[in-house]
Design a protein around this ligand. Structure first.
Ligand SMILES: C[S@@+](CC[C@H](N)C(=O)[O-])C[C@H]1O[C@@H](n2cnc3c(N)ncnc32)[C@H](O)[C@@H]1O
Length: 257
């Protein structure tokens, strides 16, 4: 039921946010290049509106499978892939915690900003690792736990109890009061089309499920599964955000799992 709530939430808040192609490709190229992905199979786990699936497909991946729980986002993703006339990208409605693929099906698993929205983020990571071929790589962008996370979570847990119909008004009111603070502390790049502060607030404070981790927690989970961390960024920089950290890690060619 929770995952249905998350799907419905993303049908509303993310479907319209089609991130800009160039800005997203710039972030993607910090981790992959066309040579590394050529002829590879890719799983975009929690693909949302499909921007990264399309970037993999356009840069030479053999086959990209984007999965998500939100039908609205998947519709936008399919539209984006057909706009680019892509034949090597498909989108399916699946729950990340119950993926129906065989073990070792993908060379690359990309999960940007997604596992922390499931009821069991570490279980989701383990499921994604199961799908990775020996020698394959996984990319994870995960919400960072900080000293003030508990405050944000207290606000979010209060706000998600309010009726759905009041969310737009509440997020607009919060945007009105928070705008001067945001202006003082952060000049946001507008890389999500039509992004406004109230939409960011909706995304941040009204999402039904969210978990936060420290980079050390995720690193030791990955290393405990025998993966080798190849790259770590303490902040994503995407949408000018410092709330996510990123790991790119590789499964050993001879897997112990
Ligand atoms: C913050 S959005 C990120 C979308 C995309 N990865 C991007 O970076 O543009 C999180 C996505 O995870 C999806 N999601 C959350 N829980 C999921 C689950 N259990 N199974 C599949 N997708 C899920 C949401 O529907 C949403 O599209």
């Amino acid at each position: 039921m929770n995952k249905e709530k998350v799907g419905r939430f993303y049908d509303v808040v993310w479907t319209e946010y089609l991130p800009e192609y160039e800005a997203s490709e710039k972030h993607w190229s910090l981790f992959y290049d066309p040579q590394e992905i050529r002829a590879k199979t890719v799983l975009d786990a929690g693909c949302g509106t499909g921007i990264f699936s399309v970037i993999f497909a356009r840069n030479g991946a053999a086959r990209v499978t984007g999965i998500d729980i939100s039908p609205g986002s998947l519709g936008t993703a399919r539209g984006l892939a057909s706009r680019f006339k892509l034949k090597n990208a498909e989108f399916r409605r699946e729950d990340m915690l119950r993926l129906p693929f065989k073990d070792a099906s993908f060379d690359i698993v990309w999960a940007w900003g997604t596992v922390h929205h499931t009821t069991d983020p570490l279980g989701a990571i383990d499921g994604l690792l199961r799908l990775l071929k020996p020698g394959g790589s996984i990319l994870l962008a995960v919400y960072k736990k900080t000293k003030v996370t508990f405050l944000h979570e207290a606000v979010r847990k209060t706000l998600i109890r309010t009726p759905r119909w009041s969310w737009t008004t509440l997020s607009k009111a919060m945007a009105f009061f928070l705008a001067p603070v945001v202006f003082l502390f952060k000049k946001r790049e507008k890389s999500r089309k039509g992004e406004k502060l109230e939409e960011l607030i909706l995304d941040w404070y009204f999402v039904p499920i969210r978990h936060h981790y420290t980079p050390d927690e995720i690193r030791s989970h990955l290393e405990g599964k025998g993966l080798k961390v190849e790259k770590f960024l303490p902040a994503s920089g995407r949408f000018d955000s410092s709330s996510n950290f990123i790991f790119k890690a590789r499964k050993p060619a001879r897997s112990r799992r």
